[in-house]
Write a protein of this length. Structure first.
Ligand code: SAM
Ligand code: SF4
Length: 427
């Protein structure tokens, strides 16, 4: 999401005459796009700021800005405690950047962290900063209304708003005409996408269907689905189109109904299992990945085991796993005690990671001998004689081949695997 936002920022500043440079020493303006989701994401930003301090000594007119969620969360505090930062701009104020840079250039500290109920940057054509020219992100909504107890997103990115569907579809068409072959539609809860224009509502299944109809050669992915809102209608839409990728990222967060209630996730373990069963029956070849949190407030050893047993039952193909990190101002920080020690959180996380490694390997092994359609994204990282791409199920495949195939679809027979990669040959 931050990559997509940085592309919007680059577009706004390009229009005002700025250019992106790959050489940090050449930059007259450095903007650091930040994340507040966990404390270590913020720690990384403080160390990034320290690592660019010397540039300001070398170049007196250099301006440094902190943008995104951390700017929103820490506001003036950043300016007070860090002399290095000249601009602080929240995620809904990027249109004001050119004016704010001018203000900073005149020697004032420039701040705009106002959140909006309408801003979706719908009319802005992002300047693509990805490297392969084949896969891209398209933001379809901003903010979140869910208020999960642990999560800072609703506070730093504001209320949920859906972008005009026509602007989304036109952005995808332009990407297709420029050679892109895959887009990932982005939102914190894509299943609740809903935009009413002239009395007519468009929901996520309809948006997804229209996106898929742009071209059968354009793959459509999306992230993130919320288990409470994942409908059978959406699953049926996915199953009808070959180019809607057969992969759903469905964060469970916990396998314990008591912890899910404390997290305010609005579903139970049984509801989550029912949604997985629905995916398996409507889209039999669908990969499923998840997010899990270990050591949330008051989590017992048995509740941790319930998370592990849910993962084992679901057989996730992939998972992002995190230690609970208390975020100031959230409901959990205000109402619950962060009473699980770091040692226990770490031990539970390690146990979960080793389980997921086993599940990921099992999922890859079951693909050996099968043939997959792979969209070629570029040379493989390890060898110039190999190409790398992904299956519809979002699994990375490496195979011998030359660069001219980038952007093509090829059929690859899987010969072997590691826990992260499938290895095969074009047939
Ligand atoms: N909107 C998505 C959802 O509901 O699943 C994702 C939101 S968040 C950007 C990505 C993941 O970060 C979450 O799914 C959750 O697992 C994790 N996360 C969020 N807040 C956290 C916290 N305070 N501590 C640890 N992990 C957290
Ligand atoms: Fe955060 Fe929950 Fe919204 Fe996801 S759905 S962004 S976890 S509040």
């Amino acid at each position: 999401m931050n990559v997509a936002d940085s592309e919007v920022v680059a577009a706004i500043l390009s229009k005002a005459g700025f250019k992106v440079t790959p050489d940090i020493a050449e930059a007259g303006l450095i903007l650091i796009n930040t994340c507040s989701i966990r404390e270590n994401a913020e720690q990384r930003i403080w160390s990034r700021l320290r690592s660019i301090k010397h540039l300001k000594k070398q170049r007196k007119d250099l301006k440094i800005g902190l943008i995104g969620c951390m700017a929103e969360r820490l506001k003036e505090k950043v300016l007070e405690t860090d002399q290095l930062v000249d601009l602080v701009v929240g995620p809904d104020a990027y249109r004001e950047l050119p004016g704010l840079v001018t203000e900073a250039e005149s020697g004032h500290k420039a701040v705009n962290v106002l959140l909006s109920r309408e801003e979706t940057y719908a009319d802005i054509s992002p300047v693509r900063m990805d490297k392969n020219g084949i896969t891209s992100f398209v933001s379809i909504m901003r903010g979140c209304n869910n208020m999960c107890a642990y999560c800072v997103v609703p506070y730093v990115r504001g209320a949920e708003r859906s972008r005009d569907p026509e602007s989304i579809l036109s952005e995808i068409s332009i990407l297709f005409d420029s050679g892109y072959r895959e887009v990932t539609l982005l939102g914190q809860n894509v299943d609740s996408y809903n935009r009413e224009i002239d009395g007519r509502e468009t929901g996520f299944p309809e948006l997804l269907e229209k996106a898929a109809q742009i071209s059968p050669l354009m793959r459509i992915r999306f992230s993130t689905s919320h288990p409470k809102d994942l409908s059978d209608e959406l699953l049926k839409t996915i199953s009808r189109y070959n180019n809607i990728c057969k992969h759903i990222h469905l964060p469970a967060q916990s396998g314990s109904t008591r912890i899910l209630k404390l997290m305010n996730r609005e579903y139970t373990r049984e509801w989550y299992m029912d949604r997985i069963a629905a995916i398996r029956s409507i889209i039999p070849d669908c990969a499923v990945s998840t997010d899990m949190i270990t050591g949330f407030c008051t989590e017992t050893e048995d509740e941790h085991k319930a998370s592990l047993s849910l993962m084992e039952w679901a057989g996730f193909d992939f998972a992002y796993m995190f230690k609970y990190s208390e975020r100031p101002g959230t409901r959990a920080a205000r109402k619950l005690k962060d009473n699980i020690t770091d040692d226990i959180k770490t031990a539970r996380l390690n146990e979960m990671i080793s389980l997921q490694n086993r599940l990921s390997l099992k999922s890859k092994k079951s693909d050996i001998g099968r043939i997959f359609e792979v969209l070629v994204e570029g040379p493989s990282k390890r060898s110039d004689d190999h190409l790398s791409g992904r299956t519809s199920q979002n699994k990375v495949v490496v195979f011998p081949g030359k660069e001219k195939k980038i952007g093509d679809y090829v059929m690859v027979k899987i010969e072997r695997c590691t826990s992260a990669t499938l290895i095969g040959n074009v047939i």
